[in-house]
Design a protein around this ligand. Structure first.
Ligand SMILES: *[C@@H]1O[C@H](CO)[C@@H](O)[C@H](O)[C@H]1NC(C)=O
Ligand SMILES: *[C@@H]1O[C@H](CO)[C@@H](O)[C@H](O)[C@H]1NC(C)=O
Length: 455
């Protein structure tokens, strides 16, 4: 039953994927054709088509992906076979959003403009976007935006404005007031003032609008910082927030890129619709219980190249959909009993570049791998003790039992003092049961796939 649905599911994914590929290929040709046409027929109106964007359909929504194309303005709305519902313009070089910039894109549901250089939003920039629900403007250069700019978007539910140098002066008052209306609770939650000094670090959500229009007095009073704010900031430092310290992407699937951010801990507040998370190249030393408990949708988790030497027993609990886990290039000697128990659907586990110790503690890893034959593993080699250096852990474990099993069994009992006695019981239980029965009941039904908006 389950097997059938997952096969169907895989086929569907492949079909969608190849459709997207075909479309992409088709678009390339069309574009070349268009260029030729343009070169030959100079008299015609030079309708500037969006350079090299790709169009795709997922869950019946049309996506127009123009990310990282070096764009300095919004592409023309012509030339698409279907009206896009999601327009992705992240990581371009757009500086200004002019009046009517999105004319022709009235069907948009989400608009991703993060990581550009936008410093000016003209009042009519979002004219016509009355359907828009999600607007991402984080990581830009905005110091101010007039509240009028938001008026054309009555359905806006999610607005991201963080990591912009907000200048919290009188001209920002009406925007701040709007953001603070209780029904706008998802608008601009993490945006903070950069200027003036007396309001630096204060959230737009929390700054007193009346305060904005007060003349900033340069006296000693003006430099006073709110003590509650500094508490909040230090709290922030000890546990970074995923939405502010990482880059979030919608396309092709919700993804959080937290690599190379100097993180020493897994950030909190991972949105529950994130499918791929990259935490590689940081300095995380431990995974703690519940670090990922909100990240229910994660399918890939990359922890490569950190300083991990310990993973608490419940640190990966809740990751029921995880397919790929990369733990390579860390400082792991073994994994504690129980750590891997929730990873029902894991298919790829990367373990290379860790100083695995071939003593009894590594046996749990080997047993777990044997009970999950669907998992492709790489890099599980003993680094110590010297007599096993370079040997595959699997070979070490096999030889462990081949050599005088009786005697080993006895010494094993002594060694196991600190090992969980449940290990053996649960191993027996699990071995008795069929692989499929490991799957929790709520996962057996066919998984409906959907694109989820990043919130
Ligand atoms: C088209 O986009 C791809 C990335 O998706 C990029 O590598 C390539 O250089 C682009 N080509 C043009 C002509 O802009
Ligand atoms: C195996 O080695 C690790 C790392 O040196 C150590 O922490 C652990 O206690 C050892 N396990 C056993 C069963 O000796």
């Amino acid at each position: 039953m389950h097997t059938t649905s997952s096969v169907l599911w895989t086929l569907l994914v492949l079909l969608l994927f190849s459709m997207a590929e075909m479309r992409r290929a088709g678009r390339g040709k069309g574009l070349k054709g268009a260029r030729h046409g343009l070169a030959r027929d100079r008299s015609g109106p030079a309708r500037f088509m969006a350079p090299n964007c790709t169009e795709s359909v997922q869950s019946r929504d049309v996506f127009l992906d123009c990310q990282e194309r070096g764009l300095i303005s919004i592409p023309s709305s012509n030339g698409w076979s279907q009206e896009p519902k999601h327009l992705l313009l992240a990581r371009n070089r757009i500086r200004i959003l002019r009046d009517g910039a999105f004319t022709g894109f009235e069907g948009l549901n989400s608009l991703d403009l993060q990581q550009n250089q936008i410093s000016v939003v003209e009042e009519g920039a979002f004219q016509g976007l009355w359907r828009l629900k999600t607007l991402l403007l984080q990581h830009n250069k905005l110091g101010t935006v007039s509240e009028e700019a938001l008026i054309p978007m009555p359905n806006l539910r999610y607005l991201r404005l963080y990591d912009n140098p907000w200048n919290c002066v009188c001209s920002l008052e009406s925007l701040v007031q709007t953001l603070q209306v209780p029904s706008n609770r998802h608008l601009a939650n993490h945006a903070r003032c950069t200027e003036p000094l007396r309001l630096k670090g204060k959230k737009l959500k929390q700054v007193d609008p009346d305060f904005l229009c007060q003349e900033s007095d340069p006296g000693p009073q003006g430099d006073q910082t709110d003590p509650s704010e500094s508490v909040e900031l230090s709290g922030l430092r000890s546990k970074p927030d995923a939405t502010t310290s990482c880059h979030a992407y919608l396309f092709p699937e919700p993804r959080l890129d937290c690599s190379r951010r100097g993180l020493t801990q897994v950030p909190s507040g991972i949105p529950d619709d994130i499918v791929h998370m990259d935490l590689s190249h940081n300095s995380i030393r431990q995974l703690r219980a519940r670090d990922f408990h909100e990240a229910r949708s994660l399918r890939t988790l990359n922890l490569k190249n950190n300083d991990l030497d310990h993973m608490e027993k419940a640190s990966l609990s809740g990751l029921l959909h995880l397919h790929e886990l990369d733990l390579s290039d860390n400082d792991l000697h073994f994994v504690q009993y129980g750590v891997l128990e929730d990873l029902y659907f894991l298919s790829l586990l990367k373990l290379g570049g860790n100083p695995w110790v071939c003593n009894y503690s590594i046996h749990y890893m080997m047993y777990w791998l044997r009970l999950h034959p669907g998992v492709r593993q790489s890099g599980l080699l003993c680094r110590s003790p010297v007599e096993h250096t370079g040997e595959r852990v699997e070979k070490y474990v096999d030889s462990y039992y081949r050599e005088c099993p009786k005697e080993k069994q006895r010494s094993l009992e002594e060694e196991t003092e600190q090992t969980d006695p449940e290990l053996w019981e649960s191993l027996l239980e699990v071995q008795g049961g069929h692989e499929e029965e490991l799957e929790p009941g709520h996962l057996r039904g066919p998984q409906k796939y959907q694109i989820i908006r990043l919130s």
